[in-house]
Design a protein around this ligand. Structure first.
Ligand code: ZN
Length: 386
């Protein structure tokens, strides 16, 4: 079940499209100079370029099965050992099946009037620095056997020179062991989920101000902000600055599956903020009032931004699926009352996120209601749960 990452590095001209750089001119041989003559400066020999190294996180990387395809929400760490900065100019992803045969390949580059490469932010890798790249092409066909995925990245280095680097990953199709249900009842919108454009997905844990707190991963990689709505889709009535205006404020929060309570915090105010000084001591303070449930098998649910003094369980309690454990609040890093939910690998802020799938809910598609026995949800969907 462990993905094996192998790093394949090549130094190459860019696909033959760019002219190869001319070989360096031989260094002139200085004639012996009279002892009194000033020293002649010899040109520096041209050092061989050290291409960036790539690695994939998390390890293992997971495949999430959705109605819209198979998703590979991994990150690529790009480490540039050179004394010059490099700029990403082309990125290609290739999937192979168990036999090694190619099943899918696509790329983004600088071709066209408004090239696709411009959709990738932060393309510059500083000299002797690292950046995190969110896999910009995470969607694969539903029926594809994905045994091995290869990323090839070209970097520009000056007007003509291109260096290339590659990395391969063997992603794991993740099926949560816990049988999960949506942790709130009624109609709600997945205000933000974990697709490529969702803020949970775009958690750059190599960005220095984030890294400095001790973040090393993305526990929210597969998370959801669930916001109760009325029949028109409205989340609040009246002044949104007041928590009481929100339809879901103080609505019951339920355990998504059976498990044991491992963390309960409910003494934070519903004031939509947290103490940055506390963050240095505990990465979980961003979640405000929170309950963590251990489902066994290395799966932990985090239910966050709960209402002040709303916890109905304590550490060590056994809970069953659907049991009311707290209420929706606006504590911690919350813009307004909602429930943030995620499944992760441990009870700490350095965990990695895990794909989660829910049983027994409906998708609301305008006037249509589609019953789902088991499925994934993501940004923008309106759903209903019992
Ligand atoms: Zn959230």
């Amino acid at each position: 079940m462990i993905a094996r990452c192998s790093i394949v590095l090549v130094l190459a001209a860019c696909g033959g499209a760019a002219p190869r750089p001319a070989p360096p001119a031989p260094a002139p041989v200085a004639a012996p100079a009279p002892a009194a003559a000033p020293e002649t400066k010899r040109p520096e020999p041209t050092a061989p370029a050290s291409p960036p190294t790539l690695s994939v996180r998390p390890d293992p990387a997971y495949i999430e099965r959705t109605d819209g395809g198979q998703m590979l929400h991994c990150d690529i760490v790009i480490d540039n050992p050179a004394a010059v900065s490099r700029t990403i100019t082309r990125l290609q992803v290739t999937a192979h099946d168990a036999s090694g045969a190619i099943g899918y390949r696509r790329f983004i580059d600088g071709n066209g009037v408004s090239p696709a490469i411009l959709t990738v932010p932060n393309r510059e890798v500083p000299a002797n620095g690292k950046i995190l790249l969110f896999n910009p092409m995470p969607v694969f066909p539903q029926d594809l056997d994905i045994t091995r995925v290869r990323f090839d990245i070209d970097f520009g280095e000056g007007p003509e020179r291109t260096v290339s680097a590659s990395v391969e990953v063997a992603p794991v199709v993740y099926q949560a062991r816990a049988r999960l249900q949506i942790p709130i009842s009624g109609r709600m919108i997945v205000w933000d989920g974990h697709d490529l454009l969702a803020h949970h997905r775009r958690w750059d844990y190599l960005f220095e101000p984030i890294r400095a707190f001790g973040f090393v991963s993305n526990p929210a990689r597969y998370s959801y902000d669930l916001v109760p709505v009325d029949a028109t889709g409205a989340m609040a009535n009246g002044d949104g600055a007041r928590n009481e205006s929100w339809i879901g404020f103080r609505a019951p929060v339920r355990s998504p599956a059976a498990g044991t309570i491992t963390m309960v915090v409910d003494d934070q105010l519903d004031n939509r903020q947290f103490d940055m000084n506390e963050l240095k001591r505990d990465l979980m303070v961003v979640y405000g009032n929170r309950i963590v449930i251990d489902h066994g098998n290395g799966e932990f649910s985090v239910l966050a931004h709960l209402a002040e003094r709303s916890a109905k369980v304590k550490v060590g309690d056994k809970v069953r699926a659907g049991q009311v454990i707290a209420s929706i609040g606006a504590s911690g890093s919350a813009m307004f009352p909602h429930l943030h939910y995620q499944l992760q690998t441990s009870a700490t802020g350095t965990a990695e996120g895990l794909p989660s799938y829910f049983n027994g809910f409906s998708r609301i598609r305008g006037t249509r209601r589609i019953a789902v026995s088991a499925g994934q949800i993501d940004s923008g969907e309106i759903i209903e749960a019992k």
